[in-house]
Design a protein around this ligand. Structure first.
Ligand code: GLY
Length: 293
């Protein structure tokens, strides 16, 4: 644990690196603040960073404006396959599900996998695990929204938390890319690519073009540089490698000292954050907006 860190907490959540359509600003802002409030309530009560990430991400999975859970993107067959991951900085345990179907909260299935030996379950195996552990079957029709039938944007949601015991966690959840091949997975369930958490270093979560993020193992890059560069600069250096490979993205991180940072090169990246040191919630739709206010 960080010296003198007891009773400090920090949380940052994001709703995706994505273009934002006119009129979507307000629901994005309200949604991301609701997710922050859900996670923060856990941390203020002394709960774990893992529980805080799960609470924040579940909130986003329930809101159709975000591409995760309800409101997930449709793949080439018109179906919904989702990915989610959680990583616990205490023991670097990982729980991830990939191309899972027919669950409302993929992040909670990922959390249930944390104590198990396996770190990633895919497709039918992930769905079977969910059923065996009491997660209700939810038909695609209940997860599909008009927005995702009409639009072809994509994004991921995520959360990074430091709890009062000095433990870090990172989480992701996504409906993936619109129109992608059946069975396609991106960075979100992959430790080292879409997320990472280690109590000795901090934690990070990415959103954006999943193939490029995975090829660059961006989360592991941030873990290697965050102590020297700080969270914001570390993510800035990471995402600027994306355009040459194709695509863009954004990331959120907290370093070992509890400093929060975020950056993106996508058109928008909705984030909200707060900490015990700066408890007033802050929410922005982009870095540019943060600079303006
Ligand atoms: N970053 C989410 C995905 O590419 O699936």
């Amino acid at each position: 644990m960080i010296a003198g860190s007891r009773r400090r907490w920090a949380l940052i959540v994001h709703g995706g690196a994505k273009p934002m359509e006119p009129g979507e600003e307000q629901p994005n802002r309200e949604g991301i603040l609701a997710a922050l409030a859900a996670g923060r309530a856990v941390l203020e009560k002394g709960g774990t960073a893992i529980d805080a990430c799960e609470a924040a991400i579940r909130t986003l999975e329930d809101l159709p404006i975000f591409n995760a859970g309800t409101g997930s993107a449709l793949n080439a067959a018109g179906g919904i396959e989702m990915c989610a991951g959680l990583m616990d900085g205490r023991d670097r345990q990982v729980g991830s599900v990939a191309a899972i179907r027919n669950v409302a909260h993929p992040v909670s299935v990922a959390k249930r996998l944390l104590p198990e030996k396996e770190i990633v379950l895919v497709g039918d195996g992930a769905a079977l695990f969910a059923r065996e552990h009491g997660f209700e079957y939810v038909p695609d029709a209940a997860l599909r929204t008009e927005k995702m039938v009409l639009e072809h944007e994509h994004d991921t949601v995520g959360a990074v938390a430091l709890d009062q015991s000095g433990n870090f966690a990172a989480g992701t959840s996504t409906g993936g890319l619109s129109g992608s091949r059946v069975g396609r997975i991106g960075d979100s369930p992959l430790p080292g690519s879409g997320l990472y958490a280690d109590n000795e270093v901090g934690a990070v979560s990415f959103s954006g073009d999943g193939e490029s993020i995975a090829r660059l193992v961006l989360a592991s890059q941030v873990m290697a540089t965050i102590a020297k560069d700080g969270p914001e600069e570390s993510i800035r250096k990471a995402v600027r490698q994306l355009p040459p490979l194709g695509g863009d993205g954004g990331g959120i991180a907290i370093d070992r000292r509890g400093n929060i940072g975020w950056h993106h090169n996508s058109p928008a990246f909705v984030v909200a954050f707060a900490s015990s040191d700066a408890p007033e919630p802050k929410a922005y739709l982009s870095k540019e907006e943060e600079r303006r206010v």
